[in-house]
Design a protein around this ligand. Structure first.
Ligand code: PBG
Length: 322
């Protein structure tokens, strides 16, 4: 049946009808807010390359977590910026490390909030790579051991979900084994399974001071040109025990998200990364786009492509508007 019998505009006549036939909606429950934690007290320091995003000391991150929990955001993901870094990333699995202290403080104050931790070495290594080095190469197996220890220390600090973002081979299996061996069989793994080597991480590296000292991450993160390979990465992580999968970045990789939705029944997350967020904010500041609408349109496109959960720096402002 075609025009004039069919008129697509009939169901677009007014907001009531549009609302009735709307296929996807953003909900507060979908949102996870990334938080950056630094040493000190009373710190709430703006990040120049990420308008509206701050680095918080442990006491202040609790204040912010309370604010976003009150808005109905169900989870936060923690990134630590330690005072000191070394070659092996010692701060990553230190029980008194920055993320461990932040996690304990948030769990104490807000037992209902889901605390997720990013498991990676890049914020803790002096060279800025995501694992430990052997010469100028990242040593996969030695890094996996450090990452598994890091995940256990996050679990000991009360994390509900650990999210490895390093892209080493075999890390999900090693983390699962190490968690189980330490009595944390109920701590879930959200694997950054399809994480691409992306220019869109630029502002984050500024915020987390984690730009590699030499080289880049192409030896472990995925090539942006590859699509089928993402399904292999995701299948491997599921086989190793991942509970949920993540695609990252989000907007330039909606095809990957749609593929994953078709292929797998596990919950899917997508990370609307720093560059994706800051581009919208920057264009909005210049008056070139309506940043609020562009942000919502971006996030709904991620949901439409198949994500259950969206990690976004805009989680609080979106929850406020919903
Ligand atoms: C750590 C990590 C990164 C991001 C999340 N976890 C940076 C990177 O891989 O360089 C990026 C997040 C963002 O850009 O918002 N490996």
């Amino acid at each position: 049946m075609s025009f004039p019998v069919t008129r697509m505009r009939r169901l677009r006549q007014n907001e009531t009808l549009r609302g009735m036939v709307r296929e996807n909606r953003l909900a507060r429950e979908d949102l996870i807010l990334p938080l950056f934690v630094v040493e000190g007290t009373g710190v709430r320091e703006a990040i120049g390359s990420m308008p509206g995003v701050f680095r918080y000391s442990v006491d202040q991150v609790v204040v912010e977590a309370k604010r976003v929990a009150a808005l109905g955001v169900p989870g936060v993901i923690l990134f630590g910026i330690p005072a000191e870094k070394d070659a092996r990333g010692s701060g990553a699995d230190d029980s008194e490390g920055i993320v461990q202290r932040a996690s304990r403080a948030i769990v104490d104050a807000l037992p209902e909030l889901c605390v997720i931790t990013d498991v990676c070495l890049c914020e803790y290594t002096s060279h800025g790579h995501c694992g430990v080095l052997d010469g100028h190469e990242v040593d996969n197996d030695a890094s996996v051991e450090r990452l598994a220890r890091t995940a256990v220390s996050h679990a000991q600090a009360g994390a509900t979900i650990v999210a490895p973002s390093d892209m080493m081979d075999g890390r999900v299996g090693a983390i699962r084994r190490e968690l189980d061996a330490n009595g944390f069989e109920n701590v879930a793994i959200l694997s950054y399974a399809a994480k691409y080597s992306s220019a869109f991480y630029g502002p984050f590296r500024d915020a987390a001071e984690s730009t590699p000292e030499f080289g880049d991450r192409r030896g472990y993160q995925m090539d942006p040109a590859n699509r089928r390979e993402a399904l292999r990465e995701m299948q491997l992580d599921l086989d190793e025990g991942a509970d949920m999968l993540m695609v990252k970045p989000a907007m330039a990789y909606l095809d990957i998200l749609a593929d994953a939705r078709r292929e797998f029944s596990v919950p899917l997350a997508a990370y609307h990364v720093s560059g994706e967020y800051s581009m919208i904010k920057a264009a909005g500041e210049r008056g070139w786009i309506d940043a609020d609408r562009a942000m919502e349109e971006s996030l709904i496109s991620i949901k439409r492509a198949g994500a259950d959960l969206i990690l976004t720096y805009a989680a609080a402002e979106i929850a406020e508007r919903l």
